[in-house]
Design a protein around this ligand. Structure first.
Ligand code: ADA
Length: 552
């Protein structure tokens, strides 16, 4: 399942998850069974393999017709072949893609996906990094039967009115074959309407807009989530032809001067940076393990997650929607070197990621901030030009959510005026030997003089490392669990009580594997700043953070 609820009652959907055959395209050409979704790095012989491999399975179709192949995510490049014909390709592990197969005969077919996780100059988002790029079909796969036309997308946002909300719904219909005039039926939280759909020529699309008054709904709030089903049905010649169901909610996120407000009330973010990584599953966590992570986050008193540094699995976002956990979702970019950041390939690939992220995740109520370009060049006029273009794109795609970026250009950033929320990653007492309070006061004063005045400020990263199991009863040694706990106590006390800050995301929730190229800078080839280890065993700092996050 791509989502945690039923997306179709009319369209038939078959999961293609399970065991596929994997042939590694190295000199050995080994063939092995492999789980989908999953990563090949789980297989002992392939735990360090970077390159290409072919995933293959048979698909048996009872009926002839048009089909959609839905991939939740392939890490990082996919070339998809249906009965030996290439039917599409996609770059970037962290967004899904859909391929249309027209007039497919019934019977047995072969689906092959060439997956490539190598680093090269055609890949600007997946590069050697302070997190690991895994290889494989890492998110679920489905085949869906569609008729002459299908509902490609439904986008939703709601505005607060005197007696409830007004919902704005746009439905995009794609005609595979020519479609006569038809009808779209929408229903949402006890309200419904029907709208005319014009006749469509084959291969064309129509967007149908609806405005629905909604009363009698409860607002979505932190740890108090109320979700509503939004169903769109395409009716042609009196018969339902296709449907798409999403799950939405009603909430207002606004900025009042230096404060962030949710449903009109001031909020403070007490969050965690969480990579999609786990000692057993790599980037491809089963939904149960995602839920386990969120149980820990809630036990810790957290109310927010930053999806550093890429769009997350929609099922994780579904869980955040259900549990009432706020999300800062970020497109895919982390601290890129200038030769990549200023390249046309990067611009094209990162903008494609932004478009896909907003189209695929824009209806999640938990997402309250869009983030981009973590720690890139935001301190020069040339860098500012890139930030300005990317921020403009984000705002044009979604004018309803605030935009921010996490900066590391302390005392030099020249882009703070471009965003709605100013955010900095800081590591006093870890990378910088200065008392946290002093560093914070200096930086906040500088921010206010350089574009942040009158806007909320967030600390998007702050933390310290500890190698799980390394103890120093005297609390002196860096990398000991004791020293990490001490540093986090100083950091959290300073940030949570700073009157100018709207909250923080601790770096980081769990230890993560790093690329081989980073291992000389990272003990155990891990980024060890987690407060739980890669298998979620708590370090000493867990208790420190839990105590401080739970205090009012
Ligand atoms: C940066 C970066 C993170 C991580 C962190 C660290 O701020 O955004 O991805 O690398 O530093 O652990 O040093």
């Amino acid at each position: 399942m791509q989502r945690l609820f039923c997306e179709h009652k009319i369209r038939t959907v078959e999961s293609l998850d399970g065991i596929w055959q994997l042939t590694v395209l190295d000199t050995m050409h080994t063939t092995l069974p492999v789980g989908v979704p999953g990563v090949w790095d789980r297989i002992p012989q392939l735990s360090n393999y970077r390159g290409k491999a072919v995933y293959e399975r048979q698909v048996s179709l009872e009926n002839a017709g048009n089909y959609l192949l839905e991939f939740g995510g392939v890490s990082h490049t996919a070339h998809v072949f249906w009965d030996d014909m290439e039917v599409g390709s996609h770059y970037n592990a962290f967004t899904g893609f859909s391929l249309l197969l027209k007039s497919v005969p019934a019977g047995n077919h072969i689906l092959r996906v060439i997956v490539d996780d190598s680093f090269s100059d055609v890949s600007c988002l997946h590069i050697p990094n302070d997190y690991y790029t895994y290889g494989g079909i890492s998110r679920p796969v489905e085949i869906q039967k569609v008729g002459a036309a299908y509902i490609q997308h439904v986008s939703f946002h709601a505005e607060n009115t005197q007696d409830g909300y007004t919902a704005y719904v746009r439905t995009v219909i794609h005609a595979i074959e020519s479609l006569p005039e038809s009808t779209l039926a929408l229903s949402l939280a006890g309200t419904s309407c029907t709208l005319p759909v014009p006749a469509l020529a084959s291969g064309t699309e129509a967007a149908v807009d609806a405005v629905l008054p909604v009363t009698d709904v409860l607002p979505w709030d932190i740890r108090d989530a109320h979700l509503y089903s939004l169903a769109a049905i395409l009716i042609c010649e009196g018969q339902p032809l296709d449907d798409l169901i999403d799950r939405v909610a009603f909430r207002t996120l606004s900025i009042a001067g230096e404060d962030l407000l949710l449903n009109g009330k001031k909020i403070q973010l007490r969050g965690f940076n969480r990579h999609e990584d786990h000692g057993q599953f790599g980037v491809s966590l089963p939904v149960e393990a995602m839920l386990d992570d969120l149980q820990l986050v809630m036990d810790l008193g957290g109310n927010a997650i930053r999806t550093c540094h890429y769009p997350n699995d929609p099922r994780f976002l579904d869980l955040c929607d259900e549990l009432g956990i706020l999300v800062w979702e970020e497109h895919h970019a982390r601290a890129l070197p200038d030769e990549i950041f200023f390249s046309e390939t990067f611009m094209r690939q990162s903008m494609a990621c932004t478009r896909e992220m907003i189209q695929q995740h824009g209806n999640h109520p938990s997402i309250v901030i869009w983030g981009l370009l973590n720690e890139c060049e935001s301190a020069t006029p040339q860098g500012r030009n890139i930030y300005a273009k990317q921020i403009q794109l984000l705002r044009s795609l979604d004018p309803t959510r605030p935009v921010s970026f996490a900066s590391c250009r302390h005392f030099t950033d020249c882009c703070l005026d471009l965003v709605d929320i100013v955010s900095f990653n800081i590591y006093p007492q870890w990378y910088v030997a200065e008392p946290v309070q002093d560093y914070l006061d200096r930086l906040v004063a500088w921010m206010d003089d350089n574009g942040a005045a009158g806007k909320p400020i967030l600390i998007t990263e702050i933390g310290a490392g500890a190698i799980a199991g390394f103890h120093d009863p005297l609390h002196h040694s860096k990398w000991s669990e004791e020293r990490q706990a001490d540093i986090l106590a100083e950091q959290l006390n300073a940030v949570l009580h700073h009157p100018r800050l709207s909250g923080m995301f601790l770096w980081q929730f769990a230890d993560v594997r790093v690329s081989e190229e980073w291992s000389m800078r990272r003990p155990k080839s891990m980024n060890n700043k987690g407060i739980v280890d890669m298998y979620r065993n708590p370090k000493l700092a867990y208790v420190t953070v839990r105590d401080l996050y739970h205090k009012p």
